[in-house]
Design a protein around this ligand. Sequence first.
Ligand code: MG
Length: 243
Amino acid sequence: MKKTIILLSMNLLLLSNLFSQKEPEATEVWFPEARVVTPADNNAPPSDAIVLFDGKNLKEWSSINNDAAAEWNVADDCMTVTKGKGNIKTKREFGDIQLHLEWRTPAVIESKGQGRGNSGVFFQERYEVQVLDNYENKTYSNGQAGSIYKQHIPLVNACKKPGEWQTYDIIFTAPKFNKDGIKVSAAFLTVIHNGVLVQNHVEIKGTTEYIGQPQNVAHGKASIVLQDHSNPVSYRNIWVREL
Ligand code: MG
């Protein structure tokens, strides 16, 4: 009798488990919860963003060379490359991030190819997403706007005309190195240019070199760098979210 009751209750338990697995609630996850971030209109920073440039000053930036004050020109709510002042970098250092920035190449066309509105956004001071005026301006495909310089051609050319503001929304996953300095996980980049996907989670092979092969020397968090390539490219509305 006792054995029959035990077998019966076991069967009931199995039946109830079988039944519950068929309920939609069985696959609902309620914890942990996604925290609330308040978005903003017109590409303004969301509530958890770190603002790196709001058009007013360069207090979040320094010169790449000697940690001195960044000397690019700030006027009309944007910063502009001042030829010869060199690359600038964020004082903060970052790992995985989402970055928003807006850039504008000169309206007056004075050159062609790589000489027309050249600048760049370097992640961790090493990995460049090219900034270039490629509106009806041909250059090597893996060096045009939206390319990962010398590594990945953009899926499409989404450039606006010179003199118009353009947006980059970029997701960067940092590389990982073990304690022996060996890279155990590659960096990845996703780039959206003017709302158009141009790099879809592409693997970064190492540093984006002008000449030579990508390098993979171990490093940790590092700055975002904007390039002085002698052309007066402007930037505005720069913010980042740490991931
Ligand atoms: Mg460049």
